[in-house]
Design a binder for this molecule. Structure first.
Ligand code: NI
Length: 271
């Protein structure tokens, strides 16, 4: 799928960016170098008109908060997020559905799956979506030692960088389980804000395709962060209906970092 030159690019980028997964703390290497991957990704896509549906945005993310569950916005932008993948069949099918609708999403990937399916991570990045860190083993991080937490985040970041050359800038705690001191440590050492959500269709409980779609549509508000899981087939089955109805209601899809940037651009007060 990718020409040889792309492989060379990714290999070169991976070598250049590998040390950038932790920006501060005991095992940090290059202060602030996490931005390089983001800038690289934006440079690659910024010239393509219409690669997303958002207006001009800052070239680098700047996260003033340690946590975001939604972003105060008056314009109808939302961020669709997919967790726990990539999955070998469901994620490619989802990417087809997103591509058909020119919708950009954010994928909170689990490191062990990233390692198993690096070609899917490359496709996610190549199609303009955002990849973010969701730990290596999908651990409940509130039960881990600080060193084990650092390793979960670093290993997952390393797998993403190795596959795509892009350094993630966002983190989502598995199960949404976290606390103030963990969020602070992660923000300080890795630069990641913790991304929760404002709409949870509980698709992992398998309530049915129609119910998942209805809950996503009913919960959407300007600035919403919507949660779903691309490892479950019924969730992918719900997407055509959910996405088409959200588009018909006038919502425009951006990545989570874009949503945050839009919030800062609009000058809205933080909640
Ligand atoms: Ni998860």
């Amino acid at each position: 799928m990718f020409p040889a030159r792309s492989h060379l690019f990714f290999a070169l980028a991976a070598v250049l960016l590998l040390p950038s997964c932790q920006v501060a703390g005991p095992s940090a290497s290059h202060q602030g170098s996490w931005r390089k991957g983001y800038d690289l990704a934006n440079a690659k896509y910024a010239a393509k008109p219409g690669w997303n549906q958002a207006p001009a945005l800052p070239s680098s993310p700047s996260y003033s908060q340690t946590t975001y569950s939604s972003v105060p916005l008056s314009q109808p932008f939302i961020a669709m997020t997919f967790d726990d993948g990539p999955h070998p069949s469901n994620t490619p099918r989802l990417l087809d559905l997103l591509k058909q609708r020119n919708i950009k999403a954010t994928f909170f990937v689990v490191g062990s799956n990233s390692k198993a399916y690096p070609q899917i991570l490359r496709r996610i990045t190549a199609e303009g979506h955002e990849i973010a860190n969701h730990t290596w083993t999908h651990a409940n991080i509130t039960t881990l030692s600080t060193d084990a937490l650092r390793k979960e985040l670093r290993d997952s970041c390393d797998a993403i960088v190795k596959a795509t050359g892009v350094t993630p800038t966002l983190f989502r705690p598995p199960y949404g389980a976290t606390n103030a001191s963990i969020k602070s440590l992660i923000k300080t050492e890795f630069g990641y804000p913790s991304i929760i959500w404002s709409v949870d269709p509980e698709d992992w409980k398998r309530p049915g395709v129609q119910v998942v779609a209805d809950r996503l549509v009913a919960g959407a508000r300007p600035g919403a962060i919507l949660l779903a899981h691309d490892i479950h087939k019924p969730t992918i089955d719900a997407m055509p209906s959910a996405l088409d109805r959200l588009l018909a209601k006038g919502f425009r899809f951006v990545t989570v970092s874009q949503l945050i940037a839009l919030g800062q651009k609009s000058g809205a007060p933080t909640p």
